[in-house]
Design a binder for this molecule. Structure first.
Ligand code: VAH
Length: 306
């Protein structure tokens, strides 16, 4: 039985749906702080900062896999640094410790390109680059990667992780990220609203279309254990683009689409991140390969949102 923690989130929403399709509703338990009114799935209200609550759900439901998708993201995290650290770390400690104690077979922990800081090659950021994050969220993901590695080495817990680029999908809304502009731009384009972008025109960032991010997650989790050579977290790349290039791809569908640029505090976070990720290890270890580029993503997003 699979438990998804943070199933109401941008990734959790889509991953829950996908896992239910693959394994069947009765083998997937979704959980978050509040039940969504429209949800029909096996939902359990769960505050993952509460060790006993996490332990009870895992034991009572004989959980064999956990996807830990609850965290405060980069932008929102900067508004309350210590609370962000506490929530992101406490929930991970609970997941790792309960999984160890109750022999959970596999754990997925999402990391992010936010783990990188300024002293890397931003045009070709390697798996082994220095990790000097500038956001608290990024710091919590670096710490999380090391804790995941520690539980693998010390206890043999099969924790697997991906450093997600900015994830873009039509099925759900992001919450509090620095890459969120890349989702709202489509929602506003189809309503003919001039888009006010919080990043500068040439801010190139690594991004990935939701379906590719979900497929990468499932392919990693289904890979034979001996193929996994990275037990901190894998770099994966989808595509890289900036708001200006995104606007141009939207204009092919909406010629009158307009965008203006008003960078805010999120520009500083974005400027500290890589532009192009090197994902050679993911490709070599478990045959990772993205399928969506900006053109196909824009076509698909607009088809599903209009
Ligand atoms: C964020 N969407 O913006 C997340 C992600 C790489 C970006 O970590 O914080």
């Amino acid at each position: 039985v699979i438990l998804i923690i943070g199933s109401n989130g941008q990734l959790g929403t889509v991953l829950s749906e996908e896992l239910r399709k693959i394994y069947g509703d009765s083998y997937v338990i979704t959980s978050d702080l509040f039940k969504r009114i429209d949800s029909v799935d096996n939902f359990i209200k769960l505050d993952a900062t509460d060790f006993k609550a996490v332990e009870e759900v895992v034991v009572k439901n004989k959980i064999t896999q956990i996807y830990h998708l609850a965290a405060i993201l980069s932008a929102k995290g900067e508004q309350n640094p210590l609370a962000t650290w506490d929530l992101n770390m406490k929930t991970l400690f609970n997941v790792l410790e309960v999984s160890r104690l109750h022999k959970v077979e596999r754990v997925f922990f999402p990391s992010s390109i936010a783990v990188f800081g300024n002293n890397v090659d931003k045009e070709n950021t390697l798996q082994s680059s220095n990790l000097t994050p500038s956001s608290v969220y990024g710091m919590s993901k670096v710490a999380g990667e090391n804790w995941a590695h520690y539980y693998y080495v010390k206890y043999g817990l099969d924790v697997r992780s991906l450093r997600y680029p900015g994830v873009i999908g039509y099925q759900s809304l992001p919450g509090g990220g620095t890459t969120d502009y890349a989702v709202s731009i489509y929602h506003e384009a189809i309503k003919n609203i001039e888009f006010d972008c919080f990043l500068a025109a040439k801010t190139t960032l690594p991004m990935i279309y939701m379906d590719d991010a979900i497929r990468a997650t499932l392919e990693l989790m289904e890979a034979p254990k001996e193929r996994i050579s990275i037990r901190t977290s894998y770099n994966i790349a989808g595509m890289s683009f900036n708001p200006e290039e995104m606007a141009a791809s939207i204009k092919e569908h909406y010629p009158d689409f307009k965008i203006k640029y008003n960078p805010d505090f999120r520009q500083g976070i974005a400027d500290s991140w890589p532009k192009i990720i090197n994902d050679t290890d993911a490709r070599n270890d478990w045959n990772w390969k993205p399928e969506y580029d900006l053109k196909l993503m824009t076509k698909t997003m607009i088809e599903n949102l209009k």
